[in-house]
Design a binder for this molecule. Structure first.
Ligand code: ADP
Ligand code: MG
Ligand code: ZN
Length: 202
Protein backbone atom coordinates (compact mmCIF):
# COMPACT_ATOMS: atom_id res chain seq x y z
CA UNK A 1 0.00 0.00 0.00
CA UNK A 2 2.66 2.46 1.05
CA UNK A 3 4.92 1.33 -1.75
CA UNK A 4 2.26 1.76 -4.43
CA UNK A 5 1.50 5.24 -3.08
CA UNK A 6 5.16 6.15 -3.43
CA UNK A 7 5.21 4.80 -6.98
CA UNK A 8 2.09 6.75 -7.77
CA UNK A 9 3.74 9.94 -6.58
CA UNK A 10 6.73 9.31 -8.79
CA UNK A 11 4.53 8.73 -11.84
CA UNK A 12 2.80 12.03 -11.08
CA UNK A 13 6.05 13.92 -10.73
CA UNK A 14 6.34 17.02 -12.89
CA UNK A 15 9.51 18.65 -14.17
CA UNK A 16 10.99 21.05 -16.71
CA UNK A 17 13.14 20.01 -19.67
CA UNK A 18 14.90 22.64 -21.79
CA UNK A 19 16.27 21.97 -25.28
CA UNK A 20 18.45 24.92 -26.31
CA UNK A 21 20.97 25.83 -28.98
CA UNK A 22 21.23 27.86 -32.19
CA UNK A 23 18.99 27.68 -35.26
CA UNK A 24 19.25 24.43 -37.24
CA UNK A 25 20.51 22.48 -34.22
CA UNK A 26 17.48 20.17 -34.18
CA UNK A 27 15.63 21.70 -31.22
CA UNK A 28 12.20 21.38 -32.87
CA UNK A 29 13.03 17.86 -34.11
CA UNK A 30 13.95 16.83 -30.57
CA UNK A 31 10.84 18.47 -29.09
CA UNK A 32 8.64 16.70 -31.67
CA UNK A 33 10.41 13.39 -30.93
CA UNK A 34 9.90 13.67 -27.17
CA UNK A 35 6.24 14.75 -27.41
CA UNK A 36 5.40 12.12 -30.06
CA UNK A 37 6.95 9.40 -27.91
CA UNK A 38 4.58 10.23 -25.05
CA UNK A 39 1.62 10.55 -27.40
CA UNK A 40 2.26 7.07 -28.82
CA UNK A 41 2.30 5.88 -25.20
CA UNK A 42 -1.22 7.40 -24.81
CA UNK A 43 -0.03 10.07 -22.40
CA UNK A 44 -2.12 13.24 -22.96
CA UNK A 45 0.04 15.94 -24.56
CA UNK A 46 -0.44 19.51 -25.73
CA UNK A 47 2.09 21.50 -27.74
CA UNK A 48 2.23 25.29 -27.99
CA UNK A 49 4.09 27.90 -29.94
CA UNK A 50 4.06 31.70 -29.84
CA UNK A 51 1.51 33.05 -32.31
CA UNK A 52 4.11 35.35 -33.89
CA UNK A 53 5.85 32.27 -35.29
CA UNK A 54 3.72 31.33 -38.30
CA UNK A 55 6.62 30.46 -40.56
CA UNK A 56 5.35 27.23 -42.08
CA UNK A 57 1.98 26.49 -40.52
CA UNK A 58 -0.35 28.08 -37.99
CA UNK A 59 -1.42 24.92 -36.15
CA UNK A 60 1.84 22.99 -36.19
CA UNK A 61 5.42 22.91 -35.06
CA UNK A 62 7.52 22.18 -38.16
CA UNK A 63 11.24 21.39 -38.09
CA UNK A 64 13.68 22.38 -40.82
CA UNK A 65 13.68 18.70 -41.79
CA UNK A 66 9.87 18.91 -42.12
CA UNK A 67 8.90 16.82 -39.11
CA UNK A 68 5.64 18.15 -37.71
CA UNK A 69 3.36 17.96 -34.70
CA UNK A 70 0.11 19.76 -33.96
CA UNK A 71 0.62 22.98 -31.98
CA UNK A 72 -1.69 25.60 -30.54
CA UNK A 73 -0.58 29.19 -31.15
CA UNK A 74 -0.72 31.36 -28.01
CA UNK A 75 0.01 35.08 -27.61
CA UNK A 76 1.92 34.90 -24.32
CA UNK A 77 2.68 32.80 -21.24
CA UNK A 78 -0.59 33.74 -19.50
CA UNK A 79 -2.63 32.51 -22.47
CA UNK A 80 -0.53 29.34 -22.53
CA UNK A 81 -1.29 28.64 -18.86
CA UNK A 82 -5.03 29.12 -19.48
CA UNK A 83 -4.92 26.79 -22.48
CA UNK A 84 -3.37 23.83 -20.64
CA UNK A 85 -6.07 21.28 -19.85
CA UNK A 86 -6.25 19.48 -16.50
CA UNK A 87 -5.81 16.06 -18.08
CA UNK A 88 -2.66 17.08 -19.99
CA UNK A 89 0.51 15.48 -18.65
CA UNK A 90 3.11 16.60 -21.21
CA UNK A 91 3.31 20.25 -22.27
CA UNK A 92 5.55 20.93 -25.29
CA UNK A 93 6.57 24.53 -26.04
CA UNK A 94 8.55 25.52 -29.15
CA UNK A 95 10.33 28.83 -29.81
CA UNK A 96 10.38 29.55 -26.07
CA UNK A 97 12.60 32.61 -26.64
CA UNK A 98 9.63 34.44 -28.18
CA UNK A 99 7.67 34.24 -24.93
CA UNK A 100 7.67 36.84 -22.15
CA UNK A 101 9.57 36.37 -18.87
CA UNK A 102 6.39 34.97 -17.32
CA UNK A 103 7.17 31.68 -19.06
CA UNK A 104 9.56 30.74 -16.23
CA UNK A 105 6.81 30.98 -13.59
CA UNK A 106 4.23 29.36 -15.86
CA UNK A 107 6.52 26.37 -16.53
CA UNK A 108 7.23 26.11 -12.78
CA UNK A 109 3.51 26.18 -11.91
CA UNK A 110 2.80 23.46 -14.48
CA UNK A 111 5.71 21.31 -13.26
CA UNK A 112 4.50 21.80 -9.68
CA UNK A 113 1.10 20.52 -10.79
CA UNK A 114 2.71 17.29 -12.00
CA UNK A 115 3.16 18.13 -15.68
CA UNK A 116 6.26 17.38 -17.74
CA UNK A 117 7.10 20.66 -19.44
CA UNK A 118 9.43 20.46 -22.45
CA UNK A 119 10.61 23.82 -23.81
CA UNK A 120 12.71 24.28 -26.95
CA UNK A 121 14.29 27.65 -27.71
CA UNK A 122 17.28 29.73 -28.69
CA UNK A 123 19.69 30.36 -25.81
CA UNK A 124 21.52 33.15 -27.70
CA UNK A 125 20.23 35.93 -29.93
CA UNK A 126 21.91 36.92 -33.22
CA UNK A 127 24.28 39.24 -31.34
CA UNK A 128 25.42 36.37 -29.12
CA UNK A 129 23.59 37.66 -26.04
CA UNK A 130 21.54 35.47 -23.67
CA UNK A 131 18.05 35.22 -25.15
CA UNK A 132 15.56 35.44 -22.27
CA UNK A 133 13.55 33.71 -20.99
CA UNK A 134 15.52 30.58 -22.04
CA UNK A 135 18.60 31.13 -19.78
CA UNK A 136 16.35 31.79 -16.75
CA UNK A 137 14.33 28.71 -17.61
CA UNK A 138 17.51 26.60 -17.83
CA UNK A 139 18.45 27.30 -14.22
CA UNK A 140 14.96 26.30 -13.10
CA UNK A 141 14.91 23.09 -15.18
CA UNK A 142 15.68 19.51 -14.07
CA UNK A 143 16.99 18.59 -17.52
CA UNK A 144 18.87 20.75 -20.01
CA UNK A 145 19.97 19.59 -23.45
CA UNK A 146 22.24 21.84 -25.46
CA UNK A 147 22.06 21.06 -29.19
CA UNK A 148 24.67 22.19 -31.69
CA UNK A 149 24.25 22.70 -35.43
CA UNK A 150 26.91 22.19 -38.09
CA UNK A 151 28.76 25.45 -38.86
CA UNK A 152 27.56 26.50 -42.33
CA UNK A 153 31.03 27.78 -43.11
CA UNK A 154 33.51 25.17 -41.86
CA UNK A 155 31.54 22.19 -40.55
CA UNK A 156 32.65 22.82 -36.95
CA UNK A 157 30.39 22.86 -33.86
CA UNK A 158 27.67 25.43 -34.60
CA UNK A 159 27.01 27.29 -31.36
CA UNK A 160 25.82 30.66 -32.68
CA UNK A 161 23.09 31.90 -34.99
CA UNK A 162 24.64 34.26 -37.55
CA UNK A 163 22.33 36.78 -39.20
CA UNK A 164 23.40 37.16 -42.81
CA UNK A 165 20.97 39.94 -43.80
CA UNK A 166 21.05 43.49 -42.54
CA UNK A 167 18.48 44.26 -39.85
CA UNK A 168 18.55 45.71 -36.34
CA UNK A 169 15.34 43.92 -35.38
CA UNK A 170 15.79 41.33 -32.63
CA UNK A 171 13.38 39.08 -34.47
CA UNK A 172 13.54 38.62 -38.24
CA UNK A 173 10.99 35.89 -38.93
CA UNK A 174 10.03 33.90 -41.96
CA UNK A 175 13.35 33.71 -43.75
CA UNK A 176 15.61 30.79 -42.87
CA UNK A 177 17.86 32.34 -45.56
CA UNK A 178 18.47 35.20 -43.15
CA UNK A 179 20.43 32.98 -40.72
CA UNK A 180 23.28 30.50 -40.62
CA UNK A 181 24.65 28.33 -37.82
CA UNK A 182 28.27 29.23 -37.05
CA UNK A 183 31.04 27.94 -34.81
CA UNK A 184 32.90 30.32 -32.49
CA UNK A 185 35.63 30.90 -35.08
CA UNK A 186 33.29 31.72 -37.95
CA UNK A 187 30.70 33.67 -35.95
CA UNK A 188 30.86 37.44 -36.43
CA UNK A 189 27.90 39.50 -35.20
CA UNK A 190 29.10 42.49 -37.25
CA UNK A 191 29.07 40.52 -40.51
CA UNK A 192 25.58 41.44 -41.75
CA UNK A 193 26.29 45.14 -41.17
CA UNK A 194 29.66 44.89 -42.93
CA UNK A 195 28.01 43.32 -45.97
CA UNK A 196 25.71 46.33 -46.23
CA UNK A 197 28.60 48.80 -45.91
CA UNK A 198 30.49 47.00 -48.70
CA UNK A 199 27.41 47.17 -50.91
CA UNK A 200 27.01 50.89 -50.16
CA UNK A 201 30.62 51.73 -50.90
CA UNK A 202 30.68 49.65 -54.11
P1 ADP B 1 15.94 24.13 -34.82
O1 ADP B 1 14.55 23.95 -34.26
O2 ADP B 1 17.01 23.98 -33.78
O3 ADP B 1 16.09 25.39 -35.63
P2 ADP B 1 15.12 21.97 -36.55
O4 ADP B 1 14.76 20.83 -35.64
O5 ADP B 1 13.99 22.77 -37.13
O6 ADP B 1 16.19 22.92 -35.82
O7 ADP B 1 15.95 21.44 -37.80
C1 ADP B 1 17.06 20.60 -37.68
C2 ADP B 1 17.37 20.07 -39.08
O8 ADP B 1 17.81 21.16 -39.88
C3 ADP B 1 18.50 19.06 -39.18
O9 ADP B 1 18.09 17.75 -38.89
C4 ADP B 1 18.88 19.19 -40.64
O10 ADP B 1 18.01 18.41 -41.45
C5 ADP B 1 18.57 20.65 -40.96
N1 ADP B 1 19.75 21.54 -41.07
C6 ADP B 1 19.85 22.59 -41.94
N2 ADP B 1 21.01 23.24 -41.78
C7 ADP B 1 21.70 22.61 -40.79
C8 ADP B 1 22.98 22.82 -40.14
N3 ADP B 1 23.79 23.80 -40.50
N4 ADP B 1 23.33 21.98 -39.14
C9 ADP B 1 22.51 20.98 -38.77
N5 ADP B 1 21.31 20.72 -39.34
C10 ADP B 1 20.89 21.52 -40.33
MG1 MG C 1 12.93 25.19 -34.21
ZN1 ZN D 1 33.03 27.46 -38.49
Amino acid sequence: MLRSDAMHRRADQGWIEVICGPMFSGKSEELIRRVTRYRIGRVPTQTFKPSLDVRYAVGEVVSHSRLTTAAEPVADSAELLRAVEDRTVVVGIDEGQFFDEGLVDVASVLAGAGKKVIVAGLDLDYLGRPFEPIPSLMVRAEYVTKSLAVCHRCGGPGLFTQRVVDSDELVVLGATDAYEARCRRCYDPAEAVQTTLEVESA
